[in-house]
Design a protein around this ligand. Structure first.
Ligand code: 3PG
Length: 213
């Protein structure tokens, strides 16, 4: 069982960077300049989702060409996708929910799984298997900061990476919570800047919003 090792791996990923860009790739040619723009802004952990057909190839390209970055896979929905992102070189795996299939695969995975939860029962399902760190999704819809404060009571040793609807204006409230390891979202690479190829603009945004430590 590698779960304990993977938990400490997640801790070290998030200890250096408490925001996580959640990125969907629409043009293959964006992948390297986008990653370089984020890195120039101090963001070296990133999640590439499988929401577009280019997601898997983007993870593979970054694993090969930018091994200094910590590139994870997001929107992993089943065991087949889990295996394909491992094969592509993902350094962590994120799912929006927590099926038994994914939770079981995460126990012995070579890289950490961050399973998604939105309710106490889902946390308890993962908790009994040994998980102590979850993605809260969709954070703003399912209760946001108030829900995380409420979860701190019964789940005092559980930590979360909330994502979904978090804006820069709300970021500080999330990061101030003791049970939040990091907060994720797409605001660091907004569609308008991506479409325009405004990589310098993305670097500026990251510098502005990337609190470290
Ligand atoms: C996710 O999968 O984590 C979210 O879709 C990212 O959320 P955002 O686009 O609302 O920031």
């Amino acid at each position: 069982m590698r779960l304990a090792e993977n938990s400490s791996n997640l801790d070290s990923i998030f200890s250096g960077q408490r925001i996580l860009p959640v990125l969907s790739i629409h043009r293959e040619s964006d992948v390297l300049p986008l990653a370089d723009a984020l890195a120039a802004g101090g963001i070296t952990n990133l999640e590439i989702t499988l929401r577009t057909p280019l997601g898997l190839a983007a993870i593979r390209l970054l694993a090969e060409q930018r091994p200094q970055l910590c590139v994870g896979a997001g929107t992993v929905l089943d065991g087949r996708q889990f295996q394909s992102v491992l094969d592509a070189g993902a350094r962590f795996v994120v799912s929006p929910g927590c099926t038994d299939e994914l939770l079981t695969l995460g126990l012995d995975s070579p890289v950490p799984l961050l399973p998604g939860v939105a309710t106490a029962s889902e946390i308890m399902r993962g908790y009994r298997m040994g998980y102590r760190c979850f993605k809260l999704f969709p954070a703003e819809v399912c209760g946001g900061v108030a829900l995380l404060k409420a979860f701190a009571g019964p789940f005092h040793d559980v930590r979360f990476c909330p994502t979904g609807g978090i804006t820069p204006a709300k970021l500080a409230d999330y990061l101030a919570l003791g049970n939040v390891v990091a907060a994720g979202g797409s605001w660091m690479a907004p569609p308008a800047l991506m479409e325009a190829g405004d990589w310098a603009g993305i670097t500026r945004l990251c510098r502005q919003f990337a609190p470290h430590g």
